[in-house]
Design a protein around this ligand. Structure first.
Ligand code: AMP
Length: 287
């Protein structure tokens, strides 16, 4: 596995891979890797001959009161894990190279960044879209894999690539969970043992919504309210939002007459840790 830290080196390697007829698959991450990230590597490997993973904790996607400084980092462990899972190249840029003095260009989306995460974390998706656009220009992938765990992020990236005519295929891989249901996340490292148990209320509430849906309940507000109440009543987890939205537009899902899948998205705080999770509710299959 090659470790590349300089942007010109990454450019040269990407050009050489492309010239050799290789198909480059790319997995952008912020490190502190877990099985969710590994599933993205495997998805890239299944479709591409050269797999590149980037590890970069992107400062511009964190708000001033957010956890940039304390975001968990373990480069040695990350590199060992990436290698073990067949990654070919890890790109590890420095903050100074990514955002040198005078940096002032950003990629901004309008509608898809407004609701939910966009409201809770102003500027977050501008930071995400900007760094992903930069990484696409540096790594020159044919394909990039993102996790359904960050559902709105995946939509934002898809929209950006379409709107800016980026020649990168976007693949979205399913959420990987712990055996007890907790969605894997680097931020789970913040949770105490007690908080870790309380956090299970989030994934449990999603299963509850799935069974409501399977039982024929079609009222989005009722489902979202039940989910919010279920999380709140189970302990000290506070709900930032629990909403049923259109899986493409992230606008509130209308009463479930149509056959478009709806996405149930939840953001909640367990102690000082903010966690997100989601599930797709397919109304059509259950009618
Ligand atoms: P992060 O390092 O948190 O920025 O995540 C990097 C990529 O991994 C993003 O595309 C995430 O959506 C994806 N990811 C994070 N957690 C999971 C998970 N539990 N299952 C699948 N993908 C995930």
């Amino acid at each position: 596995m090659r470790i590349v830290t300089s942007i010109p080196d990454m450019h040269r390697i990407a050009d050489a891979e492309r010239a050799a007829g290789k198909r480059i698959g790319f997995v952008p991450t912020m490190g502190f890797l877990h099985a969710g990230h590994m599933s993205l590597l495997h998805a890239a490997r299944a479709r591409c001959s050269t797999v590149v993973m980037s590890i970069f904790v992107n400062p511009i996607q964190f708000g001033p009161a957010e956890d940039f400084a304390r975001y968990p980092r373990d480069e040695a462990r990350d590199l060992a894990m990436a290698e073990e899972h067949g990654c070919d190249i890890v790109f590890l840029p420095s903050r100074e190279d990514m955002y040198p003095d005078g940096f002032e260009t950003s990629v901004d989306l309008n509608r898809s960044t407004i609701p939910l995460e966009g409201e809770s974390r102003p500027g977050h998706f501008r930071g995400v879209a900007t760094v992903v656009a930069k990484l696409f220009n540096i790594v020159k992938p044919h394909m990039a894999v993102f996790g359904q765990k960050d559902a709105q992020q995946a939509i934002v990236i898809r929209r950006m690539t379409r709107d800016l005519n980026m020649d990168v295929e976007i693949v979205v891989a399913p959420i990987v969970r712990e055996p007890d249901g907790l969605a894997m996340s680097s931020r789970n490292a913040y949770l105490s043992t007690e908080e870790r148990t309380e956090a299970l209320a989030i994934s449990r509430s999603l299963r509850l919504a799935e069974s409501m849906c399977a039982g024929g309940i079609r009222d989005p507000q009722r489902i979202a309210d039940t989910v919010g109440d279920a999380i709140r009543s189970s302990g000290r987890v506070s709900v930032e939002y629990a909403r049923l939205v259109d899986a493409e537009t992230f606008e509130d899902a209308p009463a479930m007459a149509g056959d478009r899948p709806a996405l149930l998205v939840v953001a909640a705080r367990v102690g000082s840790t903010r966690l997100i999770d989601n599930t797709i509710l397919s109304w059509k299959d259950t009618i």
